[in-house]
Design a protein. Structure first.
Length: 233
């Protein structure tokens, strides 16, 4: 078992591991337990009552957090001609056509989100084995395969995030930084949870939201009462 630092153990004393907290209380507590000397990211993990092995029980989507994530998101755009200029003017960090495909094939992965125009997907498809495992493959459902690259880049830079249930039935997502304060973190949390509930598959049976845990980058997990979240919808 990994040895925990003194600050983590002190933060852990503030958390009742047997309690299911209300949203407001949990977010106030996660601020107190983010004790590292940097602006820790606040993350949410939602365990769902779905079976991701079945195509009709996949949970994925996008949501724009009202206050962003606090992270400087690096965006790469695969596009041709005037669309390269459009992407760059919208704030893309990297943009190009076959040259950019070759660069990624060569090992370049210094970006957080990849966007592609539909006419580039024939070439970008070759990068599936590289981008897929890292969750970076452009996808129409996520709005990252589009000719409107300017709009897509601006949305990502403004705080649009993609979420997807993993094989352990959990959706992970950042909802901001400790420095955001309770009000902004609460807004982002509620917006994210609304998107998760909206993405519920029609084939999902029984309890959909099994558990919700919030934590800072280096802090302990704080469990939120999922029933209270559902009741407010």
């Amino acid at each position: 078992m990994a040895k925990r630092g003194k600050k983590y153990l002190e933060a852990l004393k503030l958390v009742d591991r047997t309690k299911l907290y209300d949203v407001q209380e949990a977010i106030e507590l996660v601020e107190k337990t983010a004790v590292k000397n940097f602006d820790e990211t606040i993350e949410v993990a939602v365990r769902l009552g779905v079976d991701p092995r079945h195509a009709d029980q996949q949970v994925r989507g996008t949501v724009t957090l009202p206050h962003g994530t606090g992270k400087d998101v690096r965006v790469l755009v695969f596009a041709k001609g005037d669309k390269i200029k459009e992407a760059e003017e919208a704030g893309a960090d990297f943009a190009g056509a076959e040259d950019m495909v070759a660069k990624v094939e060569g090992g370049f992965l210094d970006f957080d989100v990849a966007i592609a125009t539909p006419d580039m997907m024939g070439s970008v498809g070759k990068l599936g084995r590289i981008l897929g495992p890292k969750g970076l493959m452009p996808n129409p459902k996520a709005g990252t395969v589009t000719f409107d690259v300017g709009k897509a880049v601006k949305e990502v830079k403004a705080g649009k995030i993609e979420f997807r249930v993993d094989k352990t039935k959990i959706v992970h997502a950042p909802i901001g930084k400790k420095s955001f304060g309770v009000e902004k973190l609460t807004d982002n949390f509620k917006t994210f949870m609304e998107a998760i509930i909206k993405a519920k598959p029609a084939s999902a049976k029984g309890q959909y939201i099994k558990s919700v845990t919030i934590s800072s980058t280096m802090g302990p997990g704080i469990k939120i009462n999922p029933q209270k979240i559902i009741e407010k919808k």
